[in-house]
Design a protein around this ligand. Structure first.
Ligand code: SF4
Ligand code: SF4
Length: 341
């Protein structure tokens, strides 16, 4: 175990920003969000969890997939795949962000589909995460197989102890970073970090057992009265999907700029009426009740059925916290689990 003071972590981040595109939590407009970090900026690692997840490191909100250039009139245009360049380092993400990143892998990297843009970003990103010592009331990571000091998906896990951080290297890349002279031996602070992890888990209370959720949600799937009650407060704003580290739906559009055009991938939002609207006017998910049951069903039923029982939710609670009308995914899954035919 290593230790780094807060001051040296900032200096390290500044140094690393000359090699990596660093994304770090930055206070902005009354909230905390991941932003491109440049020397001279300050890190806001502690005031609260960033409102938007660090998903943009591996799946950006918007990215170019292809450049189409018409060089000569009446000749075929030239197509250039615009693969991402460079490396990204995410500083100060939470363990749920790192776990969320892993949950996208089976979707974008399969035997049949190898999404080169995603793979490049995945292979060229490093996550230095911060163990949570004050879980929020909306957090439930411990109910979905994770926890406030989960190391899954992290390269280094930091734990606040005194005026600095105990640094646990998880991957080879993390191991290389902690050899920097800014790090010192953690000495007995390693035990203090362990104690903080245990305390944070205790603060979260009893974990909920979601093992029956996949089957129970399917049992209730066609009960539209149930989904209408659950979605009554929803205003279809889509905040829950955009903030979520494990939502990965996207749309592809062609941006025609005359002689040059780009094929662009952009996050999409399954809570929107237009998400499934077909050209004929038919919509297989015509109401918000249909859309909410799909979102909840995907995370707690179809994804686990496809991928070994793992929920497509890392329990970060962002969708609960950011929902303007107080829709709580935990209550919906609980209600489905309590269902008796
Ligand atoms: S954030 Fe809340 S209101 Fe907005 S779409 Fe999601 S559930 Fe509906
Ligand atoms: S569904 Fe909600 S709690 Fe689960 S990962 Fe997404 S934002 Fe976090």
């Amino acid at each position: 175990m290593k230790y780094i003071t807060k001051k040296n972590l900032l200096r390290l981040t500044e140094e690393l920003s000359s090699v990596y595109r660093v994304l770090a939590p930055v206070a902005q407009g009354g909230t905390v969000t991941f932003r491109r970090f440049h020397p001279g900026m300050t890190l806001d690692m502690h005031s609260r969890m960033a409102a938007v997840s660090a998903k943009m490191a591996t799946l950006p909100q918007t990215e170019s997939l292809l450049l189409v250039q018409r060089v000569e009139e009446n000749k075929k245009p030239e197509l250039t795949e615009t693969l991402p360049q460079g490396k990204t380092l995410v500083m100060g993400a939470r363990p749920c962000d790192a776990r969320g990143k892993l949950l996208l892998d089976p979707v974008f990297i399969t035997e049949k589909i190898r999404d080169q843009h995603f793979i490049h970003r995945r292979e060229n990103s490093i996550f230095i995460t911060l163990a949570c010592d004050q879980p929020e009331t909306t957090c439930f990571c411990h109910s979905v197989g994770s926890g406030p000091a989960d190391t899954a998906g992290s390269d280094i896990l930091l734990t606040l102890v005194g005026e600095g951080y105990v640094a646990q290297a998880i991957s080879d890349q993390g191991q290389e970073i902690v050899t920097h002279s800014f790090f010192e031996d953690a000495q007995d602070r390693g035990q203090q970090a362990q104690a903080k992890h245990g305390h944070a888990l205790e603060l979260m209370g009893q974990a909920h057992d979601y093992s029956s959720a996949p089957a129970k949600i399917l049992e209730r799937f066609d009960d539209m009265d149930f989904w209408e009650v659950q979605s009554a407060k929803c205003i279809s704003c889509g905040a829950c999907t955009y903030m979520c580290p494990t939502c990965y739906c996207f749309n592809i559009t062609d941006n025609d700029l005359g002689l040059t055009s780009q094929r662009i991938r952009t996050w999409d939002n399954c809570m929107s009426h237009t998400f499934t609207l077909e050209a004929s006017g038919h919509n297989p998910r015509p109401t918000k009740a249909h859309r909410l049951k799909n979102r909840v069903g995907h995370k707690f039923s179809y994804y686990p059925d496809l991928y070994g029982g793992i929920m497509a939710c890392c329990g970060c609670g962002r969708c609960i916290k950011q929902c303007p009308t107080g829709v709580d995914i935990r209550q919906i899954v609980n209600a489905a689990q309590e269902y008796a035919q």
